[in-house]
Design a protein around this ligand. Structure first.
Ligand code: MN3
Length: 205
């Protein structure tokens, strides 16, 4: 099977009180695992695709055979989005420091880091139903966007730098229907070091 569940670099309880341990555990071991299982199941029908990375599969989603295209879009997207999500969260104080070229670029683009967070949260709260809010790199510029379901910005040629899962399964045990509370608090566990690395990589391409 080509795709497997990535390990978390921190413990399930280490993002508390923002994201509770039970939510993290279920989200990682159940939700993410199901996306991987269903992606692998779909690809087993077209083994020639198993050599591709999930990024490649999604960037060329229209080239995927029709009988598995929706499965790759949903479950490949789910795998990619969650793999990124785990990495852009951290309990580590050093990684959480708001600094780096990325932050300069955010300030230049959105006015200030607080204005950026406000706009990002507006995108997250405005996403009806299930989906994601994103900071992406698109043709040399930063943009805030959101996608439905498990759609990846890569499907539109945009490079995801920071993504926040706004499916209820990401926050319901602690925050119930309070997506706003979840979004306001998630900023205290963002791994800016990682986001900065992704920005530097995207810029060089
Ligand atoms: Mn999720």
């Amino acid at each position: 099977m080509p795709f497997t569940l990535p390990k978390l670099e921190y413990s399930y309880n280490s993002l508390e009180p923002v994201i509770d341990a039970k939510t993290m555990e279920i989200h990682h071991t159940k939700h993410h695992q199901v996306y991987i299982d269903k992606l692998n199941e779909a690809l087993s029908k077209h083994p020639e695709l198993e050599k591709q990375s999930v990024e490649q599969l999604l960037a060329d989603i229209n080239k995927i055979p029709e009988d598995i295209r929706t499965a790759v879009r949903n479950h490949g997207g789910g795998h990619l989005n969650h793999s990124l999500f785990w990495q852009i969260l951290t309990p580590d104080a050093k990684a959480k420091e708001v600094k780096g070229k990325m932050i300069d670029e955010i300030t230049k683009t959105f006015g200030s880091i607080n204005k950026f967070k406000e706009q990002f949260n507006t995108a997250a709260l405005g996403r009806f139903g299930s989906g994601w809010a994103w900071l992406v790199f698109n043709k040399g510029k930063l943009e805030i966007t959101s996608t439905a379901n498990q759609d990846s910005p890569l499907m539109e040629g945009k490079v995801p730098l920071l993504g926040v899962d706004v499916w209820e399964h990401a926050y319901y045990l602690k925050w119930q229907s309070n997506r706003k509370g979840y979004m306001e608090n998630i900023w205290s566990v963002i791994n800016w070091k990682k986001v900065n690395e992704l920005f530097e990589q995207a810029r060089k391409k």
